[in-house]
Write a protein that binds this ligand. Structure first.
Ligand code: HMG
Ligand code: MG
Length: 315
């Protein structure tokens, strides 16, 4: 009986067979770290390019006064070894950022707003409505250049300034981003307070407005719930997950928020659920240890620490 249970099919029939990981370490991770050299960023992205990842967010074309850590993104893009089967994307909050990204040879960009007014003002210095107005020329320029645009929506569960976010507001704005022309909307639990029931409620509202194929999830792991929330999202058919090598990062405008869920932990979860990712866990973990050595810290990924304890990663 026990043996047949062990080999029984997945309990959730709506779980996807394959998940795409959108790697955030070089952008969401390193935007929160000081003193990272341009060479270390390039080395990280080149190493991640050998792991099987197909989408690596590699920088931001934002104001260097707001986020100095990303001020060298043009140099990063010009010097990484771009592989043809990998998307190397960048954040572009406005037309100025989009034009700089184009000059650096970026072929996919992302716009970002918030489901809460407080975070929108703190992060991008304008209301949600004004951010959408800023995005219109970006989307129209991107269309002319054949550049796909991803949309991020922050604070989909709670906002550090405004408290809890209504699921209807998230669903409405997710639809606005898709109607603007984004090919996908990534729903960000920026301060990592979400739990599976709240996440399910929010995703259900979004799925009533936007097709599941156009939804990605982006969980920060501040309260240790990210893997449980990803499991919930997978059970609801979502098959694009943002994560950050070694769990690097946070958001400069959400104080105390820790990094995205670690890519290593998501890969191990997917392996356990028999969901294909096409990504090598040990290679990602090795990249994580290497960038952490440059940052003089340890990965926050439990899976990565376990691999190191078993001597499966080179010191
Ligand atoms: P602003 O000050 O309101 O913009 O900033 P402005 O249009 O009034 O311009 C002011 C100055 O900024 C001018 O320079 C512009 O040239 C310059 P000055 O004349 O003073 O010398 N400027 C720029 N410079 C370079 N690139 C640009 C650019 N735009 C204006 N693109 C702005 C508005 C949006 C630019 C600013 O607020 C900003 O850069 N914010 C950055 C926010 C950010 O990067 N946050 C972190 C990423 S989002 C995130 O992590 C969340 C996410 O992971 C999902 C989740 O977890 O929830 C995606
Ligand atoms: Mg984030």
């Amino acid at each position: 009986m026990k043996a047949s249970l062990r080999h029984s099919p997945l309990p959730h029939s709506s779980m996807p067979n394959k998940v795409t990981i959108v790697e955030m370490g070089a952008r969401d991770g390193l935007q929160n770290e000081t003193l990272v050299s341009t060479d270390a960023k390039i080395e990280l992205i080149n190493q991640l390019s050998e792991t099987g990842l197909t989408h690596i967010e590699s920088g931001s074309f934002v104001s260097p006064k707001w986020v100095p850590q990303m001020a060298d993104s043009d140099l990063v893009f010009k010097n990484i070894k771009q592989q043809p089967n990998i998307i190397y994307s960048a954040l572009t909050p406005n037309l100025q950022g989009f034009e700089k990204a184009l000059q650096a040879g970026v072929k996919q960009v992302a716009i970002f707003t918030s489901a809460s007014e407080g975070f929108s003002h703190k992060n991008i210095n304008c209301s949600i409505a004004d951010s959408i107005k800023r995005f219109e020329p970006v989307l129209s320029a991107a269309r002319k250049q054949n550049i796909p645009v991803r949309g991020y929506l922050s604070c989909v569960i709670d906002c550090p300034h405004d408290g809890s976010t209504s699921a209807d507001q998230v669903a409405h704005l997710a639809q606005v981003l898709i109607d603007l022309g984004c090919y996908e909307v990534s729903l960000g639990d920026t301060i990592g307070t979400g739990t599976p029931i709240r996440v399910a409620h929010m995703l259900e509202a979004v799925q009533n407005k936007v097709s599941t194929e156009q939804i990605a999830v982006h969980f920060h792991d501040t309260w240790g719930q990210a893997l449980a929330n990803i499991h919930q999202a997978l059970a609801m058919g979502i098959n694009v997950v943002d994560s950050s090598v070694a769990g690097l990062g946070g958001c400069p405008y959400a104080l105390g928020a820790s990094g995205n869920v670690a890519t290593e932990d998501v890969l191990y979860l997917c392996q356990g659920l028999r969901i294909e990712t096409g990504v090598s866990l040990t290679k990602v973990a090795q990249s994580g240890w290497d960038i952490c050595r440059a940052l003089n810290k340890q990965p926050s990924s439990k899976v990565s620490l376990a691999l190191m304890n078993k001597a499966l990663i080179a010191k």
